[in-house]
Design a protein around this ligand. Structure first.
Ligand SMILES: [Mn+2]
Length: 344
């Protein structure tokens, strides 16, 4: 994990891409808006400059995320079938072996021929040439720089299924639609340029955030009715068992964002959602918000690291290879040990 830092510049990565014959653009399993937006923006940009490129998605893909792509832009599968003539991989929005598990054998066979762009603080040296920038709010903020390093004028690529639309999807979703601390003047300046290029942000918000299946309501109700409060009401824990998914007809794609609901309560600083992915495997999502005006938030990235997971200070996750009840006991005992600041 240590030594995960940049080994190249964006210009050097652009140069390696220009010299490749067939490029695979890959990301973490179960791509979110930033992962998918990064893949799609890169594929579109590489194709726009005459290079051969495809995006590869593995794990289950939320249909609303998939709807960002046009037919033929992405190849699926778990793992997807990689063409034998691919001579360079571009890995975006992750650098961790445990997030690219379905692709790990293939990525290992590509050693030395993987370049990467990532904004996470933890990772492995999968990409020999990589740019790691934790100050970027989204991986698409870095992909935007790559697009321009390839000589593309973003203002000419702003319609539906455009480079700008894919970049905006990542920027918006990874910043909670421009609410998080990670939003800087540079983020809003890029968003402004993407809107000026013609991105329909209302359509994107509806597609990605207001397009759930009815089963989402039932599983949300079950998650909320499971809430327990810890540490004098400052931390919420919610549980979803396999039986909750079975009873409501919901799948793991239907629970995105539920973890944020307890944070709508004034005194709650951290929220945890533990969901049973399969018997013996529990997926944990952690979110936090500042304890009060000007006060720091709980670092859920560090919290998740105890379970081999990670992410960002305000949003992180982990996969615990234990049944739900055991994972819950582990998380709750870590919550007991968590050092909380005295509230002012
Ligand atoms: Mn991201």
């Amino acid at each position: 994990m240590s030594g995960y830092a940049s080994t190249a510049t964006i210009a050097q990565i652009a140069q390696r891409l220009r010299g490749a014959k067939h490029i695979a653009v890959v990301t973490h399993a179960r791509p979110d808006g930033d992962a998918a937006g990064s893949v799609l923006a890169a594929v579109r940009a590489l194709r726009a400059v005459g290079l051969r490129a495809e995006g590869f998605f593995c794990g289950s893909v939320d249909p609303n995320i998939q709807a960002l792509a046009r037919a033929g832009e992405t190849v699926h599968g778990n793992p997807p079938t990689m063409d034998a003539d691919i001579d360079l991989a571009l890995l975006v929005d992750t650098g961790s072996w445990n997030q690219v598990e379905p692709l790990d054998g293939w990525l290992k066979s590509m050693a030395g021929r993987v370049v990467g762009l990532d904004h996470h603080g933890r990772g492995d040296p999968i990409a020999s040439d990589r740019v790691v920038d934790t100050s970027s709010a989204a991986a698409t903020q870095m992909v935007a720089q790559l697009v321009e390093a390839l000589g593309i004028d973003l203002s000419k690529h702003g319609g539906r299924y455009s480079i700008a639309e894919a970049l905006f999807a990542g920027l918006a979703t990874d910043t909670g639609w421009f609410r998080f601390q990670s939003v800087t003047p540079a983020v809003l300046a890029l968003a402004s340029r993407l809107l000026a290029a013609g991105v329909d942000h209302v359509h994107l918000h509806q597609l990605l955030e207001e397009n759930g299946r009815p089963a989402r309501l039932g599983v949300t109700a079950r998650a909320l009715s499971s809430v327990t409060l810890h540490r004098e009401g400052r931390i919420a824990v919610m549980l979803l068992a396999g039986s909750d998914f079975a009873a409501t007809g919901a799948g793991s794609d239907d629970i995105g964002g539920i973890v944020n609901v307890p944070l709508t309560i004034g005194g709650i600083e951290m929220s945890c959602l533990l969901s049973e992915q399969s018997p013996g495997v529990t997926k944990c999502s952690f979110r936090s918000k500042p304890a009060g005006e000007g006060q720091p938030s709980i670092d859920v990235n560090a919290f998740a690291a105890q379970f081999g997971g990670g992410g960002h200070r305000l949003a992180a996750g982990a996969r615990i290879a234990r049944p739900l009840a055991e994972a819950r006991a582990l998380v709750e005992s870590a919550l007991k040990a968590l050092v909380l600041r005295t509230r002012s």
